[in-house]
Design a binder for this molecule. Structure first.
Ligand code: ATP
Ligand code: MG
Length: 561
């Protein structure tokens, strides 16, 4: 990192995981930090995953260690190969680099199998033929101990033979499972002889039809970590109890029962208000066409946020702002938006767009004349240079910026008989107007003062308001899509049916005009349409000029809530 980058870098706040790592390094338990991000390829990544990505890759960066990208692909039924590419693209887009090639849990299928055999041979695993209902009954409850399965005392030799037959496909799905032999009376339900392997005659996107038995997550995950030399395996709080099983498995396998074996630590997941973080539920929004796809700009997915103009820097900053703790909470959308706004305020080029246009005709401006004016690309950053804007006799202004009669002295926009500055151009005064049959204003007629070009007119005349505009003859028509929260309640996932609390007005489409330069705007690159907010060109609509609103200029969430 250059000195300059180091100086401007956000100061990383410490957290309990950093404290653990510091202690482990100090005690010589590990010489190097290895973390991993282990998505299941069964959907697109969302902002909750981004929290985990920033944590895992961020720690590896800071401690000069490695972070592995590992696809946790042990359940062939729900997974699809195209999710793998999307996940890689999202992690790269966030600006992180995984160490080595992407890894797959399925790379270790043989090792899982061998580990299972080792447990069987040690009398620590058995093949159980109880059906699902019986298994549930035998398991007991939170207040009652479970009961031993009648298959629990089968000999290791017999279990080996049965397990080999499972592998050969001699048992039907659901007919039997391999279970760990731990403790049916444990206060941790996950230790009551959990399943390690089940039969699934499913085609796997990486291993094809090679396997018809698949390991359970709790068995595969800890072994994958150990194989890869992961030191700190970070997951969310709901896996707290499962940590006992994680430890049990590694402690009972000869190759992995070492002082430097991986340890699991849990942190609280991100819950974001007015949206949902579950891939299953997001999938449902997509499948039922409630949104246009995983990358619908209203989705909390990384692809949705990107399509909306959010930058990786804003997401990383957001992750830093929310921090890492062990307390579950609901994060306000305003915090995410503040991070986005703070980033875009600095980096987004300025331009003008009129979302709800009416015509302003400047009657004392020569007909058929236009002129090119210069305006800063960023008013606080001269280094970004200037842009050329057009001015002429007819311009578009926003309907909301004109009113027939100013309601009071504070009115800073245009009204009949009042003056206002057209941003980056001249002072105009509204004289009269045309309306349509419904009384809606269609055209405002005005005069302009040619002496007032620039921000500080020589005559020192005080003009209270500034409004934005686009010159009419060169204006380019565009569509603007403005998004609101997708749900009407802060925790839609808590509803019996989240579809009953959808916000019917989560998308508003307007048609207006932008500056001619914007015809070549790059998709996903956010601009500030002055006085309106941040927008980026949509990445789906080909030649058509569609702009998605990234975020407004001010916080509206806290006011609404
Ligand atoms: P979902 O509930 O969306 O299906 P998941 O946990 O099943 O999420 P995975 O693909 O297994 O999805 O997640 C990969 C990693 O991302 C895991 O380590 C998981 O803990 C982490 N993760 C998932 N959701 C969140 C979240 N909301 N906040 C923080 N980390 C998360
Ligand atoms: Mg998961």
């Amino acid at each position: 990192m250059t000195q300059e980058a180091a100086d401007t870098e956000t100061v990383k706040t410490t957290n309990f995981i950093r404290n653990i790592i510091d202690a482990d390094l100090a005690q010589g338990k590990h010489q190097r930090v290895v973390t991993r991000f282990p998505p299941e390829p069964n959907g697109y990544l969302h902002i909750g995953h981004a929290k985990s990505i920033c944590l895992n890759f961020g720690l590896a960066e800071d401690y000069q260690g490695d972070c592995h990208l590992r696809f946790d692909d042990t359940n062939p039924i729900k997974e699809e190969a195209h999710y793998i590419d999307a996940i890689k693209a999202d992690v790269e887009w966030l600006g992180f680099e995984w160490a080595g090639a992407p890894r797959f849990s399925s790379d270790y299928f043989q090792k899982f199998y061998d580990s299972a055999c080792e447990l069987i041979d040690k009398g620590l695993a058995y093949v159980c033929f109880l059906d699902a209902e019986q298994t549930r009954a035998y398991r007991g409850t939170l207040t009652e101990a479970g009961q031993d399965s009648p298959y629990r005392d089968t000999s290791p030799e017999e279990n080996r033979a049965l397990f080999e037959r499972m592998r050969k496909g001699e048992f039907a799905e659901g007919e039997c499972v391999l279970r760990a032999k731990i403790d049916m009376a444990s206060s941790f339900i996950c230790l009551r002889d959990p399943a390690l392997y089940r039969v699934r005659f499913a085609h796997h996107h990486q291993t094809g039809d090679e396997w018809c038995i698949y390991p359970m997550y709790d068995f595969a995950h800890c072994i994958s970590d150990a194989i890869e030399g992961v030191t700190h395996s970070l997951c969310t709080l709901e896996f707290q109890d499962n940590r006992r099983l994680y430890d049990w498995v590694l402690e009972h396998l000869d190759a992995f029962n070492r002082p430097d074996r991986p340890h699991q630590y849990e942190f609280s997941r991100l819950n974001l208000a007015y949206t949902m973080m579950s891939k299953r539920r997001l999938q449902q929004l997509v499948n039922e066409e409630i949104v246009s796809g995983w990358d619908d700009p209203r989705m909390p997915t990384l692809s949705g946020l990107r399509r909306r103009g959010v930058t990786p820097a804003a997401i990383r900053d957001f992750a830093e702002r929310i921090g890492i703790s062990k307390v579950d909470s609901l994060t306000e959308m305003a915090i995410l938006e503040a991070a986005i706004r703070d980033d875009l305020n600095v980096v987004a080029p300025r331009t003008m767009g009129v979302l709800d246009p009416i015509k302003l005709v400047i009657e004392n401006y020569p007909e058929a004349q236009t002129e090119t004016l210069e305006a800063p690309i960023h008013p606080q950053n001269d280094a970004m240079g200037t842009r050329r804007i057009q001015f002429g006799r007819e311009v578009y202004i926003d309907r909301a910026d004109f009113i027939e009669q100013a309601p009071n002295k504070k009115w800073k926009r245009l009204a009949l008989g009042k003056e206002v500055r057209l941003r980056n151009a001249y002072v105009v005064k509204a004289e009269r107007m045309d309306t349509d049959a419904d009384g809606r204003v269609t055209t405002v007629y005005a005069s302009y003062d040619p002496e007032t070009l620039g921000q500080n007119p020589a005559d020192g005349r005080k003009v209270k308001g500034v409004i934005h505009f686009v010159e009419a003859s060169s204006a380019v028509a565009a569509e603007f899509r403005e998004y609101d929260r997708l749900f009407q309640v802060p925790e839609p996932a808590r509803e019996d049916d989240f579809k009953t609390v959808l916000n019917p007005d989560s998308l508003t489409i307007r048609r207006g005009f932008v500056e001619p330069d914007m015809a070549s705007a790059k998709p996903e690159q956010a601009y500030q349409f002055e006085r309106e907010g941040y927008f980026c060109r949509d990445n789906h609509n080909g030649e058509a000029l569609v702009f998605n609103k990234t975020v407004g200029l001010r916080d509206t969430w806290s006011q609404k809530a």
